[in-house]
Design a protein around this ligand. Sequence first.
Ligand code: FPP
Length: 255
Amino acid sequence: MSFISSTQAIPEARTVPQHVAIIMDGNGRWATKRLLPRTAGHAKGVQSVRKVVQAAAKHGVKYLTLFAFSSENWRRPQEEVSLLMRLFMQALDREVAQLKNQGVRLRVIGDRSQFDVKLQNMMSKAEAATEANEAFHLTIAANYGGRWDILNATRRMLAQNPQLCHQPDQINEQEFAQYLSMAWAPEPDLFIRTGGEQRISNFLIWQLTYTELFFTEQYWPDFGEAALLDAFAWYRGRERRFGRTSAQVKIKTTV
Ligand code: FPP
């Protein structure tokens, strides 16, 4: 199944966002502030991932997408990159059985070919183990970049439809979006970035076009259920217009 873009159809107004996308920033600073190695911040960050997954599911979110490792993160010191890879493997090893029993479908988006083969296999196994689940969709963006996603979609679309090279006017947003790595999900309603920076940093750049953007100073290891509920309260106060006027939105929220 693929969803119609918010530029084609306006999603129904909801009090709880259906899809939340998060940039989990501030792990390093959380640790440095405590005179700990940056890697301790990432280990603590895994605990926040667990808390936020549980809280999001409990409060009615259906899709949670977490930016765990960007295509730019390879530039970090080698030992920090290795620790992050170990944390992914440990998390997959420890959590998948429970996610499976809780009805969570886990997917990994991004260019996985750069990862260790063992980690690639663990990702594929985790996806296969949870593929029948539908209650909650947890997506981890790993070696992901929004520009990579758009380029990759373009390549796949043209490889499968070579005639489009000679008929570029046949390509429309809806058709194209089917080749993006999250074609099966509605676009995010709420984007959260912790750690004080106000950037999208090459996350889901196509899909975030109409998303409400929430930035908090809190570091990711300090983020949990209470902070998530604060973000939802802020979200409820937003008026999502999708290009319409305020008066139009007040008369009818789903056109
Ligand atoms: C940003 O903090 C965080 C990361 C680059 C990695 C996020 C990874 C985790 C939370 C752990 C693994 C996740 C899963 C899904 C098992 P930063 O290091 O950029 O912090 P800083 O801006 O303070 O330096």
